[in-house]
Design a protein around this ligand. Structure first.
Ligand SMILES: [Zn+2]
Length: 192
């Protein structure tokens, strides 16, 4: 229990004591639910978002603009952006950020499928929405270098939030605004 993120030893103990007080079936039910989650979970074959179907609800929705792709780290970012109600394109979930310190290289992330999508010519705009940390910036730049030759618009969300803030914690209005007022990606590094 204490190995789960955000759960210290004390909370772990409280959870365990709680489970021990419950009828045995309750624990059996929880264990089975956890197992089912691991077994049944799928990743959308188009955007790599967590989904219980082959193609996620967002990708399957043809009311959305499939030519605009917002690049995010994981499902939490998808949920945060969806909550703003301001974005009508689709997503591409990388599954993490490039981090030499943590031993995460580009090949461990869903980058090649994004580059393929862009080169297929069906995409008009890519919006980078990774957190503005060193890892986020490195990842943006790595992807940018692979697609810079193409004709598509490459933008990044205009951040009203401070550097290093995770997307997840940005308030909906700020995040919604930053998507609407996105800026060309090149501007974020060429003038510096
Ligand atoms: Zn999808």
């Amino acid at each position: 229990m204490s190995q789960l993120p955000g759960i210290g030893k004390r909370t772990a103990l409280r959870l365990v004591l709680h489970l021990l007080k419950q009828p045995k079936e309750q624990t059996a039910f929880l264990s089975q639910a956890l197992l089912n989650m691991r077994e049944d979970i799928k990743f959308c074959e188009n955007c790599h978002n967590i989904s219980d179907t082959k193609v996620c609800e967002i990708c399957a929705n043809y009311g959305r603009n499939h030519e605009v792709i917002c690049v995010v780290e994981d499902i939490r970012d998808v949920m945060a952006i969806e909550n703003t109600g301001q974005y009508k394109g689709i997503y591409h979930v990388l599954g993490g950020k490039i981090s030499p310190i943590e031993g995460v290289g580009p090949s461990q992330l869903n980058i090649s499928t994004l580059v393929e999508k862009v080169k297929s010519g069906k995409v008009t705009e890519i919006i980078f929405a990774l957190s503005s940390t060193m890892e986020g910036d490195t990842t943006n730049f790595y992807i940018y270098k692979q697609i810079a030759e193409t004709e598509i618009v490459i933008s990044t969300i205009a951040r009203g939030i401070s550097v290093g803030d995770e997307l997840e914690y940005a308030d909906e209005i700020t995040l919604g605004r930053s998507i609407l007022h996105r800026v060309p990606f090149e501007k974020t590094f060429k003038n510096n």
